[in-house]
Ligand binder design. Structure first.
Ligand SMILES: C[S@@+](CC[C@H](N)C(=O)[O-])C[C@H]1O[C@@H](n2cnc3c(N)ncnc32)[C@H](O)[C@@H]1O
Length: 266
């Protein structure tokens, strides 16, 4: 009998979740049904009918856009998600001795990349895992096992705004596109301060987020100055939204059009 070797592949998911696409399609169907009913049974009311027609068209456009964005982010498309994560990885300035923390680790993609790059390090991934992306602690552990780094990684459910670690616990702290997602905290600078709290003096940090999206980070330069005054002398901001591999279609403000990296040493 022919024997087959089944090679398991890690599943890192997509920043444009199927859940989001389903929601937008559902809203499109809702508006379409209401629109059809209005045109069929309600005489007059033209402004209302046109408004509902436009809403239906808008949600259809949004649904198609998110499907395309999902394709571009995926390895089968332009692999943009992986390349954006690598931008962060390339800024980690660390010899790999000790412990690192990945805040909002999702499916463990960055946590596992760090574990593979630094063969002596132990990496902890924390996330809220509220189900929005289909990410989970189990998925992280499974990916870590498949990638052969499970003995040097652990995954903990925790809130980025209240990390369950003592001050100065880690040699490196990273976070990729998470702070803007933390719903409970409007002031995203609180999350940066919390991440820096658990970093050892002299340790390195790299945070990638929608730093150029003013709705999330209205006074970025002022906050960087405050951090400098508080003793974080070595801090740099890098505009990663200009990276040539990011297609124009993804350069909307709430997508990859406003990303940047804040990195340095404490
Ligand atoms: C866009 S995903 C990025 C995931 C991962 N960093 C990556 O690069 O693939 C945002 C992540 O933030 C997590 N998140 C949202 N709010 C959080 C919170 N309060 N504490 C910890 N993680 C949170 C979500 O569960 C999700 O995994």
């Amino acid at each position: 009998m022919e024997s087959k070797t089944i090679t398991q592949k890690p599943e890192y998911g997509n920043w444009v979740s199927l859940g989001l696409i389903r929601k937008v399609f559902f809203i499109f169907i809702f508006f379409t049904v209401v629109d059809a009913a209005l045109w069929a049974w309600l005489p007059g009311w033209l402004p209302l009918k046109i408004t509902v027609t436009l809403l239906a068209l808008f949600t259809l456009t949004a649904a198609i856009y998110f499907c395309f964005a999902r394709y571009l982010f995926s390895p089968k498309g332009k692999d943009v998600q992986n390349q954006i994560t690598d931008l962060l990885l390339s800024r980690i300035s660390w010899n790999g001795d000790g412990k690192a923390l990945d805040i909002g680790c999702g499916s463990g993609a960055l946590t596992i990349k760090i574990a593979k790059k630094y063969g002596n390090a132990h990496i902890t991934g924390v996330d809220y895992w509220d189900g929005s992306w289909g990410y989970s602690k189990k998925r992280c552990e499974e990916n870590s096992r498949i990638e052969g780094v499970s003995s040097r990684t652990d995954f903990i459910r925790a809130d980025a705004s209240k990390l369950p670690f003592a001050d100065h616990s880690f040699d490196a702290v990273v976070s990729n596109l998470t702070f803007h997602e933390v719903k409970s905290i409007r002031d995203k600078y609180v999350l940066i301060d919390e991440a820096l709290r658990v970093l050892k003096n002299g340790g390195c940090f790299v945070f990638q987020d929608l730093f150029l999206f003013r709705a999330c980070y209205p006074h970025l330069n002022e906050h960087i100055e405050l951090l400098r005054k508080s003793g974080i002398g070595n801090i740099t901001f890098l505009d990663t939204s200009k990276s040539s591999f990011i297609p124009r279609t993804l350069k909307l403000p709430f997508m990859a059009g406003t990303i940047g990296i804040l990195y340095g040493t404490k």
